[in-house]
Design a binder for this molecule. Sequence first.
Ligand code: UDP
Length: 404
Amino acid sequence: MPHIKEYIPIVGQSIIDDLHLLAEKLKDKCVQHVNSTAVGGGVAEILNRMIPLLNELGVNTKWDVIKGGEQFFEVTKKFHNALHGRSETIEQNDFDIFLETSKRNIEEMNIYGDIVFIHDPQPIALVDKKTGNKWVWRCHIDVSNPDQKVWDFLMDFIVRYDAAVFSAPSFARRLPIPQFLIAPSIDPFSDKNKDLSLETINVVLEKYGIKQDKPIITQISRFDRLKDPIGVIEVYQQVKRYIDCQLILAGGVATDDPEGAKVLTEVQERAKKDADIHILLLPQNDIEVNALQRASTVIVQKSLKEGFGLTVSEALWKAKPVVASNVGGIPLQIKHKYSGLLCHSNQGAAFAIKQILHDPAYGQKLGENGKENIKNNFLITRHLRDYMLLFLMLYHHGNEVIYL
Ligand code: UDP
């Protein structure tokens, strides 16, 4: 892990000085994060980087993971889809399964944080253990149009928190508790984002049998219907009619996502007649993700719904031109035609990719502008500052002045 001072050349001394000042005010607090998976997906990605840095700054920060069986994660995946607005059949039995596993976690999990930071719906019921400490519910999902039944069920828990955090303004809900809008971030020094030598990139390409003899279009994502992998194949096929190219669809599986294997099979079935489509089931290996992103000509993120879309930040940080759906947190990262291209359909995505492949200089400009936006707004140092400000706000009473 890099030390906090190593970020100075990227973000500047004053940003790091601010972080030290804020951390000093939190030095007697313990922050306990709880989520549902230690590997896979954006939440685990961020916590892995954030927790060592907060500890280095002097904020005692820990991370626990709830336990759940297959049935529980099937239910929470349905909740996840329903909150994203997808139609799901959710019955009383599903709520019962959720409550049963929650009960076990409530009994077994040790809650010791002065601030308990709960990520997403899976561990939400732990708030039953609330005593005099502060509880924050951090929602990473696009809940701008949630299934009402699931949202009402969650609201019984949410109202007992001291604050809620959402990733983008459009996700804010009418709530009786304070809510904060804090976008996620990436770490420029993580294995996923750090600079790589050409040699490392080539080793990874060789491992997967990918040649760089034609443009590479890539989407890196869990195999999840909301990431629309089949749509990406259709887009690629439309582009391929005009420009010879290849497609990489690469993803791993998250332990809290039981649907992944099924979606992967569907995608493999759909791709099997085309040797230029590379479906890669990645091990948890950030260098490989990094290398594939760097080797790509265009990065696609054709999600139907998206919380924030860390893969977009990762690609832009590498100054890659990105074609992505105009959903969730993606428009925060891409200003259309300036720092990437936003699309609303398969045809739109294919058109945008063709434009970039025809005009590499345009693609390069989009990538450079995108990188600047990520540097200014979506690096982990900004995220650390926002979280520490939030923690301080939790102890703010009435009209008391806070000196920051
Ligand atoms: N990711 C990964 N390996 C994979 C697929 C995804 O490391 O095979 C990472 C990806 O690089 C990103 C995170 O998982 O850092 C996904 O976050 P995002 O916000 O894009 O989507 P989520 O999975 O949280 O819906």
